[in-house]
Design a protein around this ligand. Structure first.
Ligand SMILES: Cc1cc2nc3c(=O)[nH]c(=O)nc-3n(C[C@H](O)[C@H](O)[C@H](O)COP(=O)(O)O)c2cc1C
Length: 372
């Protein structure tokens, strides 16, 4: 396949794989697409280890890193320490405890809780400092060819450092207005993430968003994200004017994915309706698997979620407790409506093969319609 996206990176297939899991990233790149490592949950040290690991397994093929760059949003960029806890109302802590108690989630020792929280705050990715420390690692790594800025356009110094190293800059967006902002800041390619997508996403569907953004920023290429997990959807994305697709949910169900068995079980059992946009884990609307935890935050007695990053600080230890208790009914991982299409474990390589086969069949079907 040849599109602006394959040309930009010198790859065979315009299918990009977002994952926090290095095995998925390496395998997607090896399959001829491009893996992009989400660096949000990595400490800078862990990021370096994973980038080395991926580079060793991809033989010089390009891969990317996705970093939250909140400073560039133009808003306040808080420097964080434990004093942030004082900004969280007591009512919110009590509510979280009551939900865990109601569902019988075992407690963990106080010193462990303190350590988890301290680590989370120290390593918090969504601060200017946190982003900068991760970017320092990325810019030291010659195999990274693509740096993606989520939550806002990359600042000028980041663009300059990327350019100096021959890396391309991408921007995750949910509106044409934001897409233009990323392009003005120097983005080489924009990822248009629709309502169906996992994680932080806006209210406009991929079907509406992609052509709008493709027109708004032409000739800068666009990747379509949100609701793409099979070949017919890849064909649709290209028909909408995208130069490739960027997928997240579909990789969660692979053997390479480090999603826990509980998350995979919920993913395979869920319909598209059983994911929802909620502010309950991060403070910003993000699509995740519906669960008793998410429903508790939808209930009338729930306090309103706090703004980012307070809600993340509030819920971090609770989510760890749920994970440790291996509670399938309470897990709330990010997942998109593609979840409804996933029925059992597969491999990254199989997804690439099957998506391309179905893509080809779709194109043939459309050609036959035109010819007929
Ligand atoms: C588990 C998970 C975590 C995600 N975390 C991030 C993130 O940290 N940064 C980001 O830019 N996108 C994140 N995303 C969103 C993906 O980059 C992508 O836009 C989205 O998954 C595409 O839609 P799809 O889920 O329908 O494939 C995440 C997606 C998943 C499934």
């Amino acid at each position: 396949m040849k599109t602006q996206a394959t040309e930009l990176f010198g790859i065979e297939t315009p299918l990009f794989a977002f994952s926090h899991c290095r095995d998925v990233v390496a395998e997607a790149t090896r399959a001829g697409g491009m893996g992009v490592l989400g660096a949000m949950t990595h400490t800078p040290q862990e990021l370096k280890i994973d980038l080395d690991w991926i580079a060793e397994r991809t033989g010089g093929k390009p891969f990317g890193v996705d970093v939250l760059m909140p400073a560039s949003e133009g808003g306040e960029a808080p420097k964080l320490d434990l004093s942030i806890l004082e900004k969280i109302p007591k009512r919110h802590f009590e509510f979280v405890e009551s939900v865990l108690a109601r569902h019988g989630v075992p407690d963990i020792p106080q010193d462990e809780k303190d350590a988890l929280l301290r680590h989370f705050i120290d390593e918090l990715a969504f601060t200017v400092e946190g982003a900068q420390r991760r970017l320092d690692v990325v810019f030291d790594h010659p195999s990274v060819k693509f740096v993606v800025s989520a939550l806002g356009p990359a600042p000028a110094d980041v663009v300059a450092r990327a350019r100096a190293r021959g890396m391309k800059i991408g921007g995750m967006v949910g509106s044409a207005k934001h897409a233009k902002r990323h392009v003005a800041a120097g983005a080489d390619i924009v990822i248009a993430s629709g309502y169906e997508a996992a994680g932080h996403t806006g209210e406009v569907t991929t079907m509406i968003l992609v052509p709008e953004i493709a027109d708004a920023i032409a000739p800068v290429p666009v990747l379509a994200a949100g609701g793409i997990g099979r070949g017919r959807q890849l064909a649709a994305a290209l028909a909408l004017g995208a130069q490739g697709a960027w997928c997240g949910t579909v990789w969660l169900g692979t053997v390479e994915s480090d999603a826990t068995p509980e998350v995979k079980a919920r993913l395979f059992a869920s319909s598209a309706e059983e994911t929802q946009r909620t502010r309950c884990n991060t403070g910003k609307p993000a699509r995740r698997l519906s669960s008793a935890w998410v429903e508790a935050w939808n209930a009338p007695d729930a306090p309103p979620p706090l703004p980012m990053p307070l809600q993340g600080v509030l819920t971090h230890v609770a989510l760890k407790r749920i994970e440790r208790a291996r509670r399938e009914d309470l897990v709330s991982w990010a997942a998109g409506q593609v979840a409804g299409q996933l029925t059992g474990e597969t491999t990254v390589r199989t997804i690439y093969r099957e998506m391309l086969e179905e893509f080809s069949a779709s194109v043939e079907r459309l050609e036959a319609i035109v010819a007929g």
